[in-house]
Design a binder for this molecule. Structure first.
Ligand code: GUN
Ligand code: ZN
Length: 434
């Protein structure tokens, strides 16, 4: 039996960054077809171009009032914080002590971890997110539970065990050598298995000793292709604390740099308070920043300088940062990203926004050859955005006179209700009941 299938509707994807390539950055077809063969994109083009080539009998799924886009890529999220989204009243450091560490301590229980992993992945797919870079907890069990569930669903996911050996309650800390051994065992068990990849995950500089950071660097050197995932310069009190804890480092990023943690596959969440030298090191090494707007607003962390980091050539992806972030929805995340730029007197246009959530995320994760676009050969993880998802969205999109306007309305008003369907490797993994 042929494994070919086709989806017909409006389609849009990016082949480059609109910030540098302008209109040449995207491909749009008002009546397009995505032809999928064995879970990969065979061809995505205007319907009239694709139809003659489709094998006879190929089923065509026709979507009348939808926009097909690549699955969203969330470059920073914490699955163990699923149950603590919307925790009241604190900024970063108190928020960690008051809410985060107690919740994360529950993940020593594999059954609890499995339950949350299931809820978390359901929620990602309901929101059209098909790949994410995910924090576990300090417990190796948290990573086993997460990867087991992701593997069962054939998802492309990156995750890792948190490393933290100081400045946190003892019940949630590990120890440097043990964290190295536990991480190594997880790497051997999961990295490169199916669509799963491992990220070495020191929580952030204040909760790791120099020894632990050095061992994180050793893991990266011993296993090429691994990711490095941590937090950077999110909040002014945190930055002042890092300067105190690491008096010999030039700046916050330098703490990681000295430990050998800056690579093409390093992703630093936030990066709000960065000096020019930090931007240059990020750009020179190809490391990426995960911009997490709902979290930055919710925790009062600061306003991300999107234009400055873009001009300095830093790779940038979007992150929800659940549970500091308040939504699993990449659309809602883009809506807040726009508002942050408004507060800075800058603009984020909807093409760039959608780029950041798709191909930009793939580039940040060094996965451009696999996900983030509809180029031939890419994995067929995609989403149908329903322009009629709610009566008001239908009313409002009917009045749009350009693709620009329609995308901006979707970015601003859309949420999980706008995700009509999510496909993983060409198979429907979420379908919204209406
Ligand atoms: N910095 C260190 N840990 C965390 C965390 O769990 N969430 C956020 N937003 N920042 C952090
Ligand atoms: Zn985070």
């Amino acid at each position: 039996m042929s494994s070919d299938k086709a989806i017909r509707g409006q389609l849009l994807y990016f082949v480059d960054d609109p910030a540098t390539a302008g209109e040449a950055a995207w491909v749009y077809h008002a009546d397009g077809i995505i032809w999928i063969e064995s879970g990969r994109i065979r061809l995505a083009d205007d319907a009239q171009q694709v139809l003659p080539h489709l094998p006879r009998g190929t089923e065509i799924d026709v979507l009348e009032h939808h926009l097909l886009v690549p699955g969203f890529i969330d470059t920073h999220i914490h699955y163990p914080q699923t149950e603590m989204v919307a925790a009241y009243g604190e900024r970063l450091l108190e928020w960690l002590e008051t809410y985060t560490f107690p919740v994360e301590s529950k993940f020593s229980d594999p059954d609890y971890a499995a339950e949350i992993a299931t809820i978390f992945l359901d929620e990602l797919l309901r929101n059209g997110t098909t790949t994410a870079l995910v924090f576990g907890t300090v417990h190796p069990e948290s990573v086993d539970a997460f990867f087991s569930e992701a593997q069962r669903r054939k998802l492309r996911m990156i995750a890792g065990k948190v490393m933290m050996d100081r400045n946190a309650p003892e019940y949630i800390c590990d120890e440097a050598e043990q964290s190295y051994r536990d991480s190594k065992a997880l790497i051997q068990r999961w990295h490169g298995i199916d669509r799963l990849q491992y990220a070495v995950t020191p929580r952030f500089a204040p909760t790791s000793s120099d020894r632990q950071l050095a061992l994180a660097g050793r893991l990266l050197r011993e296993h090429p292709g691994l990711y490095l995932h941590t937090h950077l310069a999110e909040n002014p009190e945190e930055c002042a604390w890092v300067a105190e804890l690491f008096p010999h480092s030039k700046h916050y990023l330098d703490v990681y740099d000295r430990a050998g943690l800056l690579t093409r596959r390093s992703v630093f969440a936030h990066g709000i308070h960065l000096c020019d030298d930090s931007c240059k090191r990020l750009s020179d090494t190809g490391a990426a920043i995960a911009h997490c707007p709902t979290s930055n607003l919710f925790l009062g962390s600061g306003l991300f300088e999107l234009d400055r980091l873009t001009e300095r050539g830093v790779n940038i992806g979007m992150g929800t940062d659940v549970g500091g972030g308040t939504s699993f929805s990449m659309l809602q995340t883009l809506a807040d990203a726009y508002k942050i730029q408004q507060l800075r007197g800058r603009k984020l246009d909807p093409f760039r926004a959608l780029y950041l959530a798709t191909l930009g995320g793939a580039r940040a994760l060094d996965l451009e050859d696999k996900i983030g676009s509809f180029r031939s050969g890419c994995e067929a993880d995609l989403v149908a955005l329903d322009l009629h998802a709610t009566p008001f969205l239908k009313f409002r999109t009917a009045r749009c006179r350009s693709l620009f306007e329609m995308l901006f309305v979707l970015n601003t008003l859309g949420d999980d209700r706008a995700i009509a369907r999510t496909w993983i490797l060409g198979e429907v993994a979420h379908s919204r009941e209406v």
